[in-house]
Ligand binder design. Structure first.
Ligand code: BTN
Length: 332
């Protein structure tokens, strides 16, 4: 567990306050028991509060733990995680340029399968096709390093499998009817609520590493982002999963998604691509629709008919069938 702030003393104070939830503990008591100075206790309490925990203080009585945080802090995630390998190691940043860049950098070292890089805010978030990805506080911005046992031919199905995992998790946890939009967007009422990015390293005909970058507009002020991106290419509207008044916490969605992702990775490892493709197809509303796609060979227009086992989109244009691997779908 690595955070962009020193967490050793902080966790000592936090855990002590948590285990004495209904009591006030004086700064002196905390200092004596935890063997840190009173100034250190005060500093840690200040940081703990800034991390979103509610700590009450009363004169002559001290501090009392009142409520937990909504932030996705590594120790809070670990308590709820039910996965076998995803999220056993987490890097957490209050702010970072891009979790994807950080994950790509550390992935060249000997890194644990399932390592997650998570940030509360990104200042240089990257979207697909090298676009800018706006990532203010309130969203869920993270990258996962996966060391898969897949063939190269499976590379294009990974975004399909991952977006399916997120779509089904959103439905399960929030009861919202969300859709997958090829290749890897998640939409609600036709507007984008989440997007994904896949960087893969290939070695000796095998996929060696995958860095899966995921951005979820969880509780964000859409109007601010909209202003900045509504005139960009292929913009089709964005939405936030929950409203600014919502009390919904991020942690349920996050931990359940990791579990769901592990399941689809297992399916891919077991060669069950058809299961993924069938399920994905039930969660999309693009089939049968007139769409256009900008590819590096120009714009293609036609009816979206299905996706193949390799994740490619099949569209029918004037009498012929085309197979598309990369591009953005615009519903006409
Ligand atoms: C898209 O364009 O739809 C993909 C967006 C992916 C954004 C996520 S946020 C976490 C990770 N870090 C980044 O810089 N980008 C990805």
């Amino acid at each position: 567990m690595l955070t962009s702030f020193d967490n050793t003393g902080l966790l000592k104070v936090l855990n002590f306050l948590k285990t004495h939830e209904s009591e006030y503990l004086s700064g002196q008591d905390l200092s004596d028991v935890l063997k840190i100075s009173r100034v250190a206790v005060w500093k840690h309490v200040k940081k703990i509060r800034s991390l979103g925990y509610k700590i009450e203080s009363a004169q002559k009585r001290g501090y009392k733990f009142v409520n937990t945080t909504d932030k996705l802090l590594p120790w809070e995630i670990s308590k709820k995680l039910k996965t076998n390998f995803i999220g056993k190691r987490i890097y957490y940043f209050d702010e970072i340029d891009s979790t994807q860049n950080f994950a790509l950098n550390i992935s060249s070292q000997n890194i644990e399968n399932g390592t997650i890089v998570l940030a509360e805010k990104q200042v240089n978030g990257i979207g697909r096709l090298n676009r800018k990805w706006h990532s203010p506080k309130g969203g869920i911005w993270f990258s996962i390093i996966i060391l898969p046992e897949f063939e190269i031919s499976d590379a294009t199905i990974i975004p399909i499998a991952s977006s399916l995992a997120l779509c089904t998790t959103i439905e399960k946890i929030h009861g919202v009817n969300s859709k997958v939009k090829w290749p890897n967007d998640i939409t609600i009422n036709g507007k984008k609520v989440a997007g994904m990015l896949v960087d893969a390293t290939i070695q000796a005909n095998k996929i060696e590493k995958i860095v899966l970058g995921i951005g979820i507009n969880f509780k964000i002020d859409i109007s601010k982002i909209e202003k900045k991106i509504k005139n960009t290419q292929n913009y089709y509207g964005i939405t936030s999963l929950v409203s600014s008044q919502s009390k919904m916490k991020q942690i349920e969605l996050f931990t359940e998604f990791l579990l769901e992702l592990e399941k689809v990775i297992q399916d891919l490892t077991d060669g069950k691509k058809d299961k993924i493709v069938k399920k994905w197809s039930r969660h999309t509303d693009i089939f049968g629709k007139q769409i256009s796609i900008k590819t590096n060979k120009g714009k293609i227009t036609g009816i979206a008919t299905k996706i193949d086992l390799d994740g490619a989109l099949i569209i029918k244009t004037n009498g012929s069938t085309k197979k598309i691997f990369v591009g953005d779908v615009i519903i006409e």
